[in-house]
Design a protein around this ligand. Structure first.
Ligand SMILES: CC(C)(COP(=O)(O)OP(=O)(O)OC[C@H]1O[C@@H](n2cnc3c(N)ncnc32)[C@H](O)[C@@H]1OP(=O)(O)O)[C@@H](O)C(=O)NCCC(=O)NCCS
Length: 235
């Protein structure tokens, strides 16, 4: 459901891997929601029977009204940015990268569950939202030339001068073979073709494999990063 309070719009829906936790997504991002909007969201989550409520990744400014309302900091995320110009890494031709279709949804979701801990599972709703998050998107699947099994997938979005690498997951058996690198380069080259100025990505500070991959491909961390905030409603 979408909550509208004054100028603020927030979406409340179940967290990917836990139906008793509500996920609160700021639809008017980049500025703080009002205290009234946060209070209305908490009340709505409690009325709907959620035991806990958790935000999507928010910036320090976006976090303020939630902290005032009693939310506590949870996962800390690194935010990384890379200028698209001047030099983009060369793509290797060792992998096939193809457009993902509706029929790939189940294999993409299975791969997502195998690659991430349950906390970060995308789920059907999360996949649909990721595909609608930006005005323009690219949804690609990578295959090893030797087989048709899905090796990895990436979802990217563009909105004006900003490009977002929104989701990247490689099948555990295929990790460390350059699939993640190839999908990130594919995304950067797509952004470059459309005149995007910077690419953005975030990942938990604890995800050292992803941080190493992004930094090797020219991303730099932008302090202070992002955070997920949560509040227990069961007390
Ligand atoms: C993080 C993740 C996306 C990395 O993808 P990946 O396909 O394993 O990454 P790559 O193989 O391209 O690169 C990983 C390492 O393998 C090395 N590598 C690249 N190509 C290689 C090849 N052909 N053979 C051997 N090693 C290779 C790279 O140099 C890199 O080394 P580094 O650790 O020094 O950076 C993947 O581990 C994953 O899906 N993890 C779980 C989900 C996740 O965390 N997603 C990102 C969240 S934002």
């Amino acid at each position: 459901m979408t909550l509208r309070v004054g100028q603020d719009r927030l979406r409340l829906r179940p967290w990917g891997s836990d139906a008793r936790t509500g996920m609160l997504i700021l639809l008017t991002s980049g500025r703080a929601a009002s205290d009234a909007a946060v209070a209305a969201s908490v009340e709505s989550a409690a009325t709907q029977g959620y035991l806990r409520i958790r935000t999507s990744a928010v910036s320090l400014i976006e976090a303020e009204p939630f902290l005032r309302a009693g939310f506590e900091p949870g996962e800390q995320l690194a935010l990384l940015c890379r200028p698209i110009k001047p030099r983009l890494p060369q793509q290797s031709n060792a992998l096939a990268i193809r457009r993902a279709r509706r029929r790939h949804q189940n294999s993409v979701l299975a791969l997502d569950q195998a690659a991430f801990e349950p906390f970060w599972w995308l789920g059907k709703t999360g996949l649909r939202e990721a595909l609608r998050a930006a005005p323009f998107r690219r949804f690609r699947i990578a295959y090893q030339p030797s087989g048709e099994a899905t090796a990895g997938y990436a979802i990217s979005g563009r909105s004006g001068p900003a490009g977002y690498l929104q989701r990247l997951a490689i099948s555990p058996r295929q990790q460390g073979r350059g699939v993640g690198t190839a999908l990130v380069i594919d995304s950067l080259r797509w952004m470059a073709r459309w005149g995007t100025a910077q690419a953005w990505v975030n990942t938990p500070h604890s995800n050292t494999a992803a941080l190493a991959l992004y930094e090797r491909l020219g991303f730099d961390q932008v302090a202070p990063g992002l955070q997920v905030l949560e509040m227990d409603l069961a007390v």
